[in-house]
Structure formats: C-alpha cells, structure tokens
Design a protein around this ligand. Structure first.
Ligand code: CA
Length: 338
C-alpha cells in the first residue's frame, strides 16, 4: 500500500477500455493555494497480456519520445492492445514547457529522484508514486530519453548490465527489438537515484533509449523513435501486430568504465573532432577546447582512451569545466559479460 498523496483520475482497477486523465500532484504556489500539478496519464486495457508502463519527458528537454507517446495516446484504441498499456507522455511537463532538463518548479533532476519521497517536492512525490504504485503493477518499464539540449547521442536503445542474468537476457532481447543500429551498455557516472535503476531493482524488464539530442530534432530521429517504440511494444506483446525482425544484428557497444566518459578539464569552446557514430583508435583526437579569452593558448585536446565509437558529443559549443564532452564506447557482447 502506497502512502502517496498523488491522486490518479484514472482508476487503475478499471474495466477494459481507454481511460485518460491525470496524476494530480499536490503543489502550492503563490497564486495557487490548493493547486495540483497535473501529469497526463492514460491507460488502455484489453484482455490478457502484460502490463507495460511507457514514459517519456523524464528530462523535459527530450522530445522525440514525448511526440511518439502523444501519437499513441491519440491513435490507439483498446482493441489494439493485449493486456494493459500505461502512458505517461511527459513526466516533467513544467520542464518540457521550459525546454529544460531540470524541473523549474523544484530544481530537481527527475532522473535522480528515485525511489522518491511521498512528502517531498513534486518531482520526488511523482518518483515515489512510480516506485510504489506503477512499477509494482508493470512487467515492462520503458523510459524514452535523448541527450537533451546538452548532448547529442547516436540514436540507440540502451541498458544497464543488470546482475540478474535472466532479467538481463530479457532486457537484451527487448533492447535489440528497438531496431537501432547500435545498442549500448552504459553505467551511471553522474549520480544515483535513476528511474531505470529503481525499476531494475524491482526486477522489471527495463527498456531505455538515447535518441539523438541537441536542439534540432531531425525527421529521421522521429522515425527511428516511432518505429522502434511500436516494435518494442509488439515484441512485449502489449501491442498487436507482427514484430519486425532486424535486418542486421545489433552492434553492441559498452561504456562501462568511467574513463569512457570525457569531462572538460577547463571551460572554453568545444570543437568536436569526430561526429557521433564515428570510429576512432586509441589516442585519436575526440575534440578540442579553445580559449576565447586567450587566443594564443593552444587548445586542450581530448583523446580516445581506447579504440571505439563516439556515441555522444557535447551539443552546445560553450563548455564549462566538468561538463561531459564526449562518450566513447567499445564493441562488446552483452551475453558474454559476467
Ligand atoms: Ca536524458
């Protein structure tokens, strides 16, 4: 039993059909004493099948997944579904409206708020509701990300290397069903309290992505997102229709060492030397940091720690000390890892 203060206008025990409403998070502000922050929440239910929790907008400024779920919200009927499909198109709507990563309401990074707090800030309360109400209901948890405004990612489905091998195998197969050319094993180098980590801890099959990033979202990224998402939902059995098979095996890569994540030693102007998807050899230049106030100073060179492929680059040219500028990944086989 959850001690959440969040009210769902969708009855989670409702009969089969389409149910659309909100999660209402108590939130007072100066012109709203008894106000609620409303998070759009939908449920499609039809007969036997898995329960799939589908989310985007964990970080507000990551839009392709939000667009894809908004489409499903309007397009799907209950008859398209087998089981229960829970839709949260925009977890952090104040951040999405502000085009920010962090919530402007409470300054929180939603993806560092888990398992949450029933009496915390709006972000912490929503994280707690997910952890204690929606994750326990779900067999499969899908959280669609991009690099946001700060990073440009090679479009990829990705996952943690969870310790439980049965859970890991389910996640590997589901990650491959997203149909991206590259599939990516990542580790948490920037804090704890992530949504997928809590869902994994609860034993769920967790499917996550990094679908581009930076300010522009090209049509190709939307296509990759929407095609992959529908295929994953079919693979899970919650969306009816034939599962599209991969034309080529997934290229699995990993960034499991902290050294794969390159952080700017100094502030300056970032110049990428390799675009995402580019292969490099150990010692190759990944990029340069120039110094606006000191044109005579040679740029600082960021180099590859090993052979690999660049999976993410810093998106804005301006870079601050400590910002991530490039992520290098290395070919791997997740089924052979301990
Ligand atoms: Ca993200």
């Amino acid at each position: 039993m959850s001690d959440s203060q969040i009210h769902s206008t969708v009855d989670l025990g409702a009969a089969p059909g389409v149910h659309k409403g909100h999660l209402a998070i108590p939130y007072s502000h100066n012109l709203g004493g008894w106000a609620n922050l409303l998070v759009p929440f939908g449920m499609l239910r039809n007969g036997a099948g898995p329960t799939v929790l589908l989310m985007a907008g964990n970080h507000g400024d990551e839009y392709p997944g939000q667009v894809a779920i908004l489409r499903l919200w309007r397009e799907l009927t209950a008859e398209d579904v087998s089981g229960t499909l829970l839709l949260l198109p925009t977890l952090s709507q104040p951040a999405a409206k502000a085009a920010t990563r962090l919530s402007p309401l409470d300054g929180k990074n939603f993806n560092r708020c888990f398992p949450g707090n029933p009496t915390g800030t709006p972000s912490e309360m929503l994280a707690h509701y997910l952890s204690t109400v929606l994750f326990p209901m779900a067999d499969i948890v899908i959280d669609l990300h991009t690099g946001g405004r700060s990073m440009n990612f090679l479009p990829c489905a990705h996952m943690h290397l969870v310790p439980d091998h049965a859970q890991r195998e389910k996640m590997i197969i589901a990650t491959e069903a997203f149909l991206t050319d590259v599939t990516f094993l990542y580790t948490d180098v920037a804090g704890t309290g992530l949504l997928p980590a809590e869902a994994e801890r609860q034993g769920k099959t967790v499917i996550t992505t990094e679908l581009g990033g930076g300010e522009p979202v090209f049509a190709e990224i939307h296509k990759i997102t929407q095609r992959g998402l529908k295929n994953v939902l079919r693979h899970c059995g919650v969306l009816q229709g034939a599962v599209e098979q991969r034309k080529a095996p997934a290229r699995w890569v990993q960034s499991l060492s902290r050294d794969d994540y390159n952080f700017a030693p100094e502030s300056g102007l970032w110049e990428a030397a390799v675009d995402v998807g580019g292969d490099v050899r150990k010692g190759d230049d990944l990029g340069y940091i120039h110094f606006l106030e000191n044109p005579s100073r040679a740029p600082l060179v960021v180099t590859a720690n090993e052979d690999g492929v660049v999976v993410a680059n810093r998106a804005p040219s301006l870079v601050g000390q400590g910002d991530c500028v490039a992520v290098l990944a290395h070919d791997t086989d997740p089924r052979k890892l301990p």
